[in-house]
Design a protein around this ligand. Structure first.
Ligand code: CP
Length: 334
C-alpha cells in the first residue's frame, strides 16, 4: 500500500503521471474515481486552501470528505508509545488511525512542527504514526514538508512555460521576512521538487543559519545528480535574482534557534529587505513569482509583485485542487 508522505518517496514516473492526470482534471471537473469512497481530513492546524480543495476535490470525484480537528471537534490524541495517558489526550493514535481506517478509504493529516526542538520535529512523528497504524493510504497535508503544494507549483510552472520539461530553468527559492518564525515545510518541498525537475536551483537566505535541514539539502544534491540540474546556496540577493526564470518565496525560522526564538528575532528583523519587490523582479529573466499562500502583503512581497502579471500564486493555489484529485484517485485505486 502506497502513502503520499513525500514526493521523494515516489518515482519520477509516478509524479509525472499524477501531474498529467491533474492537468486532465483541470480541463474537466467531474469524475468518478472516488465514487463510493471517502477521506478523513485530520487538521491539527488551520487551513484555507488545503481544507477547501480537498473537500471539493473529493466531492468532484464522487467521494466524501470528513474533517476532524483533534482537540477541537474530535478527542485530543496521544502519540507516545507506552504513555500513561493521564493528561489531556483521550485516545491513542493506535486506535484513532485504525478506527478511521475502518470508516474511510484515505486518511490525510496536517500537523505542523511544535517549533521547540527541531531534533524532535524533524522526526515527523504525527504523520509517521498515522502511516504506521493506518490500514488505508495516508496523505501529507503539510507537516515538515508540503508535497501537495510541490505538485501544484510544478504544474503551474509547466503551464507557464508550456512544457512538462523544466530542466535548465533558473529557480530561486528566496527566504523572506515574517514577524514570526515559520515552518520550513514549504521551503523543504520547493527545494525538493525544483531539483527533482532538473532546474538550476539557488537557495537564497540571509545567513548560513537559515540553511534548510541537511536531509532536504541532501535530497536536493541527490536529485540534481539524477535530474541533471544544479543546486547551490547564496546570500547575495542581486546575484541570485539576476537571470532567474522562477522566484519562489517563503519565510522560515532558522533551525539552530528552535526553542530560543527571542535570539533569532534580531537576525530576522535585520533582513526585512529580503522582501520580493519590483526592483528585484526586474533583475530576472522576465521571471515568474509564486508563493504557497497565505502571504502577508508588503512584508513578504509587495502589492506590486502580487498584482503583477508575472505572479502565478493564484494559479498555483487553484492547482492544489487538481493535483490533490490526482493523488486521491491514484491512492484510492491502487
Ligand atoms: N498553502 C496552503 O497550504 O494553504 P492553507 O494553509 O490555507 O491550507
Amino acid at each position: 500500500m502506497k502513502h503520499f508522505l513525500n514526493t521523494q518517496d515516489w518515482t519520477r514516473a509516478e509524479l509525472d503521471a499524477v501531474l498529467a492526470q491533474a492537468a486532465a482534471f483541470k480541463g474537466s471537473k467531474a469524475g468518478d474515481q472516488l465514487k463510493g469512497k471517502s477521506i478523513a481530513l485530520v487538521f491539527f492546524n488551520p487551513s484555507l486552501r488545503t481544507r477547501t480543495s480537498f473537500e471539493l476535490g473529493a466531492f468532484q470525484l464522487g467521494g466524501h470528505a470528513v474533517v476532524l480537528q483533534p482537540g477541537k471537534d474530535a478527542w485530543p490524541i496521544e502519540f507516545n508509545v507506552g504513555s500513561v495517558m493521564d493528561g489531556e489526550a483521550e485516545e491513542h493514535i493506535a486506535e484513532v488511525a485504525r478506527v478511521l481506517s475502518r470508516y474511510v478509504d484515505l486518511v490525510a493529516v496536517r500537523a505542523f512542527p511544535k517549533f521547540q526542538d527541531w531534533s524532535v520535529d524533524r522526526e515527523d512523528r504525527v504523520l509517521k504514526s498515522f502511516a504506521k497504524y493506518s490500514t488505508v493510504p495516508v496523505i501529507n497535508l503539510e507537516t515538515i514538508t508540503h508535497p501537495c503544494q510541490e505538485l501544484a507549483h510544478a504544474l503551474a510552472l509547466q503551464e507557464h512555460f508550456k512544457t512538462t520539461d523544466l530542466r535548465g530553468r533558473k529557480f530561486v527559492l528566496t527566504w523572506t521576512y515574517h514577524p514570526k518564525p515559520l515552518n520550513t515545510a514549504v521551503a523543504n518541498s520547493a527545494l525538493t521538487i525544483a531539483t527533482r525537475m532538473g532546474m538550476d536551483v539557488t537557495l537564497l537566505c540571509p545567513t548560513p543559519e537559515y540553511a534548510l535541514d541537511e536531509r532536504y539539502l541532501g535530497w536536493a544534491r541527490d536529485n540534481v545528480a539524477e535530474s541533471g540540474g544544479s543546486f547551490r546556496m547564496s546570500h547575495d540577493i542581486a546575484e541570485a535574482y539576476t537571470g532567474a526564470d522562477v522566484v519562489y518565496a517563503k519565510s522560515w525560522g532558522a533551525i539552530p534557534y528552535f526553542g530560543r526564538w527571542d535570539q533569532e528575532k534580531p537576525i530576522r528583523d535585520a533582513h526585512k529587505h529580503f522582501i520580493v519587490d519590483e526592483a528585484k523582479m526586474a533583475l530576472t529573466n522576465s521571471g515568474v513569482f509564486s508563493h504557497c499562500l497565505p502571504l502577508r502583503r508588503n512584508v513578504k512581497a509587495t502589492d506590486g509583485v502580487m498584482d503583477a502579471p508575472y505572479c502565478i500564486a493564484i494559479e498555483e493555489a487553484e492547482n492544489r485542487l487538481h493535483v490533490q484529485k490526482a493523488v486521491m484517485a491514484a491512492l484510492a485505486n491502487q
